[in-house]
Design a protein around this ligand. Sequence first.
Ligand SMILES: Cc1cc2nc3c(=O)[nH]c(=O)nc-3n(C[C@H](O)[C@H](O)[C@H](O)COP(=O)(O)OP(=O)(O)OC[C@H]3O[C@@H](n4cnc5c(N)ncnc54)[C@H](O)[C@@H]3O)c2cc1C
Length: 385
Amino acid sequence: MEYFLNEQQKMIKSLARRIAEEKILPVRAELDEKEEFPWAIMKDLADADMFRVFIPEEYEGLGGGCLELCLVTEELSRACSGVAISYAASALGSFLLLEYGSEEQKRKYLPDIASGKRLAAFALTESTAGSDASAIRTTAERERGGYVINGTKQFITNGGEAEIYTVIALTDKTRGPRGASAFLIEKDTPGFSFGKKERKMGIRASSTRELIFRNCLVPEENMIGREGMGFIMTMRLLDKSRPGVGAQAVGLAQGALEAAVDYARNRVQFGHPIISLQAVQLMLADMAIQVEAARLLVYAAARTIDNGAKKFTEESAMAKVFASDTAMKVTTDAVQIFGGVGYMKDYPIEKMMRDAKITQIYEGSNQALRTAIASELRKRKGMQE
Ligand SMILES: Cc1cc2nc3c(=O)[nH]c(=O)nc-3n(C[C@H](O)[C@H](O)[C@H](O)COP(=O)(O)OP(=O)(O)OC[C@H]3O[C@@H](n4cnc5c(N)ncnc54)[C@H](O)[C@@H]3O)c2cc1C
């Protein structure tokens, strides 16, 4: 398939693939087994300027957009989704700063994120607030020349490893969704600590932790955007970041498809490689069709965003939902093609199936996103151009 990538995009994609094959493949099983954060690989990615990809040139980035970020995430995820999401979560943690940060904030934080010296993270979810983000309870009260943050965030990717956190908290509890604001909080701020590291089914190389804020004083200048705009900015941020989850899913599905083809060529039953069985061929063909379709939808959504579309909620949700459902289906079918050994930890395929599940859950569950797509459809009148 021709994806019409420009020279720089092709270069970024092939560099990410090289890092994935040389640095991630040899250690992915161990990282998964030990639930170990991939610091050495983060350093390799930093050395190869991969964190610069999603940062504008004026802040020491390469000036790429959503598509470039998707290309890197996809290639890393083809080898290990846990590593890919550790990388992509730093972009997620930077998005509000990129879009709504002041010049001073951008100059202070973005060059370090671009160089990979410091990782970022984004913190919205709480025990009472998952799909219903408006139910957050973390508060930010104006006091002592800044804001005092109190509350606990749950399931935060890069929690404990990142040094820069974008945190959504209520500045006015009486105003509901209009009462939330966004803050930049650095790791060593007094009153900010970490809770337990979650033990997960998949993406086990990534770190997922609680963030605990107890009378944590954040300077006024660390608010991103205007007071009360936290949810509106977050909804826009998630519209922008969802193709990235789609890319994670596409990479996973591609990796599983390649592994399944390879295995089917070599596994002999009834005197022939199983790839000569029509039942296996039809499964592989369907897997390949689904991966291509998912990739095209993800790239199209990313290009829609990069080309300056004003609204892209539907495109972005569709790409994430379709790609993640594809990853779940393709990795499950890949395990089936591997047969009994597919169920064993000696082969990478069971890990891919475990890793795929989360792409249907985070950054908007697929059910919640289908509901959002349907609600956009209900608003439409007449035929679409
Ligand atoms: C590994 C991992 C990493 C994460 N990383 C981050 C992070 O970095 N930052 C962060 O802020 N959060 C993060 N999250 C949180 C994640 O985004 C939420 O888990 C997700 O939004 C779902 O929320 P929930 O788990 O509370 O499920 P719930 O909202 O309780 O959903 C439970 C079920 O109800 C369904 N449901 C809920 N609402 C609707 C609806 N409106 N329509 C249809 N169905 C609905 C869901 O689809 C699901 O099946 C992470 C989660 C995990 C597991």
